[in-house]
Design a protein around this ligand. Structure first.
Ligand code: FAD
Length: 463
């Protein structure tokens, strides 16, 4: 089979890249070893958000039911049903991707692909064949990282992949890693009744995020009785007596913890092995990523890499953006490179967290002490108080010369939706004055963005 573009992997990077290529008049073929939709639709973003919605409902009823006159004395939790809903959601969306590929005349080839040579992909498995293409987009994604010495058995020791299918809530759960995936699962399991302990080697949760946000999140997790052990190193685990014994250490002192399950959530590794990269003169870097230039070109002619396999951040919307960008470049469209500073990061546990752009420390390093910082707490938001969701705040950072927004950090209900306003503002190079001049509906959580922008200019009205 001959195509203009062959895409290896039908995750949110690959299937979107293939569709965009087809929209631009190119004959596109996407090769997928598993199910279209990739990790995102099948084993990541979507099924986990179904679980998180359940957890949020439980928390709302338990913590706020009384406030709203809802008696919850007979509340029963059926985690098995929640998993059924989550799997059905994933199935429905994965089927939707097949429909989208068909609608856009993208050929889907089922099987595992590897380079046989430049412009040539050998597919083995369900539909073995040779796919030849002028350009190739490598979009093979990533998988869970499991450190040596840990054996994932799906019963006692799990990664997010097994957890998404596991139909039981253990009485006690230990989570290694307080990144987005670790905290989201910690929250889900805690709300469905597990006693959860999170181990994190760094000195804060969500390593790399603005410390103000991390501190607020740590407080909220403790309030939910999730035990977070910071600066604590995982040493080893042993499955014994129907449970897991985990050794951790802090400042050189070892401690033994016990639980019925251990969830390993310490990051992901790019899928860059066994792709026949040597046939096109490519090799992954030391961490397994494929190096790309600003237009997502690898060092091999006409070979592009996008999404998790290309470079961090490992996020679905970043993968899709890169799929579009690579397709447009292949089609000969001169377009600006993706600005990776403007890619939002979101965590969907409650309270939600979202950020974009620079942290306060990064912005101070770049713009000095005159950096404008505007903060507005949700305790001062009418909508948040009415909804009984007052935890958190919005923090906006603007450079001092033009007051252009260079970063924003939100923790609180609705944070993952609110960040889109800041994303648009940053795309438009908007200033705090322009956000301040935008009439925000009352009462809405988005007024917190307006107020944070006003606060950055020293003229907050409601705080
Ligand atoms: C639990 C969890 C929750 C997450 N939540 C979020 C979230 O809320 N928001 C967010 O932005 N991101 C989230 N992510 C990350 C997100 O899922 C990934 O960043 C995203 O899926 C990456 O897209 P991709 O297209 O690069 O790769 P993937 O989605 O990994 O897709 C790659 C595809 O390539 C296929 N493939 C691999 N090798 C071959 C081969 N040789 N031949 C053919 N096919 C191949 C794979 O089968 C797979 O379908 C989450 C991840 C996890 C694990």
């Amino acid at each position: 089979m001959r195509s203009d573009v062959a895409v290896l992997g039908a995750g949110p990077g690959g299937y979107i890249g293939a569709i965009r290529a087809a929209q631009l008049g190119l004959k596109a073929t996407v090769i997928e070893a598993d199910r279209p939709g990739g990790v995102c639709l099948n084993w990541g973003c979507i099924p986990s958000k179904a679980l998180l919605t359940g957890a949020e409902l439980v928390e709302n009823l338990r913590s706020h039911g009384e406030t709203f006159g809802i008696g919850v004395s007979g509340l029963t939790l059926d985690y098995d049903k929640l998993i059924t809903h989550s799997r059905k959601t994933a199935d429905r969306l994965a089927k939707g991707v097949e429909g989208l590929l068909k609608k856009n005349a993208v050929t889907l080839v089922r099987g595992r692909g590897r380079f046989a040579g430049p412009g040539s992909i050998e597919v083995s498995g369900a539909e073995p064949q040779l796919v030849e293409a002028t350009s190739v987009m490598v979009a093979t994604g990533s998988r869970e990282f499991v450190p040596p010495g840990i054996v994932v058995d799906g019963t006692r020791i799990l990664t997010s992949r097994e957890a998404l299918e596991s139909r039981v809530v253990p009485p006690r759960l230990i989570v290694i890693g307080a990144g987005a995936v670790g905290l989201e699962f910690a929250y889900v399991y805690a709300m469905y009744g597990a006693q959860v302990t999170v181990i994190e080697m760094a000195g804060q949760v969500l390593p790399g995020c603005d410390p103000d946000i991390a501190e607020a999140m740590q407080r909220e997790l403790r309030r939910k009785k999730i035990d977070v052990k910071l600066g604590t190193r995982f040493e080893q685990s042993k499955v014994a007596n129907g449970g897991v014994r985990v050794t951790v250490s802090k400042d050189g002192a070892a401690q033994e913890l016990e639980a019925e399950q251990l969830l390993v959530a310490i990051g992901r590794r790019p899928n860059s092995e066994d792709l026949g990269l040597e046939k096109v003169g490519l090799a992954p870097d030391g961490r397994g990523f494929l190096a790309v230039d600003a237009q997502l070109r690898t060092a091999a002619p006409n070979v592009y890499a996008i999404g998790d396999v290309a470079q961090p951040p490992l996020l679905a919307h970043k993968a899709s953006e890169e799929g579009v960008a690579a397709a447009e470049t292949i089609a000969g469209i001169a377009r600006p490179p993706i600005d990776h500073r403007k890619i939002p990061a979101c965590i969907y546990a409650q309270p939600q967290v979202a950020w974009i752009g620079l942290t306060e420390a990064q912005a101070k390093a770049e713009y000095g002490d005159d950096l404008l910082v505007g903060k507005f707490p949700f305790t001062a938001s009418g909508k948040a108080v009415a909804a009984a969701h007052t935890a958190g705040f919005v923090k906006i950072l603007a450079e001092p010369r033009h007051r252009e927004i260079v970063g924003a950090h939100i923790i609180g209900a609705g944070a993952t939706e609110l960040i889109a306003e800041i994303g648009l503002a940053m795309t438009l190079e908007a200033t705090t004055s322009e956000i301040a001049a935008t009439c925000h509906a009352h009462p809405t959580l988005s007024e917190a963005i307006l107020e944070a922008a006003l606060a950055a200019e020293g003229r907050a009205l409601n705080f």
